[in-house]
Design a binder for this molecule. Structure first.
Ligand code: ZN
Length: 285
C-alpha cells in the first residue's frame, strides 16, 4: 500500500484547473513554412482569446477558485488585454513557449531565448516573473529541464510519470494526464474521423477522475484550452464539475504554482515521493 500524499490543508486529494491559453499559436508554429490560405481554423482558435476566455473567467469567478494559465508570449503580445484580465482576476500566469515551440524542436539557445522573451513579457504584465512552465503538446526534452532551472523556473507541468507532484532535477513536476486534457474530447477542426464528444461525456469522465483521486489520494490536473472549453455548454459543465469537487469538501483546489511550492516545502519529504535525476529521463543507451 503506497503512502498517502500530504496535500495542503490535510485534504484527501487535489485538483488543479489549468488552461493552455494557446489561441492560434500552435497552428502558426505548425504551419510556419506553409501558411494556409484558409482562415477557418485560425478563426476557430481565435475564439479562445476573444470570447472563450471570458466564459472561462466567469466560471472561475463564480466558483471562487484560482487557476493557472500557461500563456505563449505571442498570445500575451497579441491579446494583451485578455492576459491582463486573467492576471487582474488573481490567476497565475506561467510559460508555454513564445509561439508554442516544443523544446525538442529547438536548440538550447533558442529555447532559452524564446522563454526569456516570453517571461519578460509576462513579468511586464503581472509584475512578477513566471515560475512555471508547460511544454507545448506535453512534449519535453531532457535538456529542457536544465534550461528551465537556469531561467529561475521552479516547476514544470508537462509529463505524466506520477499522479502526485515529484522532483525532476531541480524542478518540481506537477504531472498531467492525457485523460484530463480537453483536447482529446473537444478538439475538432473539420478533418477528424470522429465528431467531438459532448460536454456531458467529459463531465462524466472527469467526475470519475475526481472520485478516483479521492480514493487513491492523488492529483487531478485538468488541462483545458479556452477555444475549446470556453464554448458556453462546455464552460457550464466545467462549472458543475468544480462545484461537485467543492461539495466533497476534502479536495484541495488551487493553482499549480502553490502546489509546487507545497511540494518543495512538505510533499517531497513524504514517504514514496519520487526524485528523478534528469540524466535518467532520456531513451536508455
Ligand atoms: Zn499548448
Amino acid at each position: 500500500m503506497s503512502q498517502r500524499y500530504p496535500w495542503p490543508d490535510s485534504r484527501r486529494a487535489a485538483l488543479c484547473v489549468t488552461f493552455d491559453f494557446d489561441g492560434e499559436s500552435p497552428l502558426l508554429w505548425r504551419r510556419r513554412d506553409d501558411p494556409p490560405d484558409d482562415v477557418a481554423e485560425l478563426e476557430q482558435r481565435r475564439y479562445g482569446p476573444r470570447r472563450g476566455i471570458h466564459h472561462v473567467l466567469d466560471v472561475l469567478e463564480r466558483t471562487g477558485i484560482r487557476a493557472t494559465f500557461f500563456v505563449p508570449g505571442w498570445i500575451a503580445h497579441t491579446y494583451r488585454s485578455a492576459v491582463e484580465e486573467v492576471h487582474a482576476a488573481g490567476h497565475e500566469l506561467a510559460l508555454h513557449g513564445w509561439c508554442h515551440e516544443p523544446p525538442a524542436a529547438l536548440g538550447e539557445m533558442e529555447l532559452r531565448d524564446t522563454l526569456t522573451r516570453a517571461a519578460d513579457l509576462l513579468a511586464e504584465i503581472s509584475g512578477k516573473r513566471p515560475v512555471g512552465y508547460r511544454s507545448p503538446s506535453f512534449k519535453m526534452s531532457p535538456e529542457g529541464f536544465g534550461v528551465l532551472s537556469d531561467l529561475g523556473v521552479r516547476y514544470d507541468s508537462s509529463v505524466m510519470g506520477d499522479d502526485r507532484p515529484y522532483l525532476i532535477g531541480d524542478l518540481v513536476e506537477v504531472p498531467v494526464d492525457w485523460a484530463t486534457d480537453d483536447a482529446i474530447y473537444y478538439r475538432y477542426t473539420g478533418g477528424e474521423s470522429r465528431p467531438p464528444y459532448g460536454a456531458n461525456a467529459l463531465y462524466e469522465a472527469w467526475h470519475s477522475e475526481i472520485e478516483g483521486a479521492r480514493e487513491a489520494g492523488s492529483l487531478v490536473n485538468l488541462t483545458m484550452h479556452p477555444w475549446q472549453s470556453g464554448r458556453p455548454a462546455r464552460a457550464l459543465r466545467l462549472r458543475r464539475l468544480v462545484e461537485a469537487a467543492q461539495e466533497y469538501g476534502d479536495v484541495w483546489i488551487g493553482a499549480v504554482g502553490d502546489l509546487a511550492e507545497h511540494h518543495r516545502e512538505t510533499g517531497r519529504h513524504a514517504g514514496g515521493s519520487l526524485d528523478v535525476p534528469t540524466d535518467t529521463l532520456g531513451w536508455p543507451r
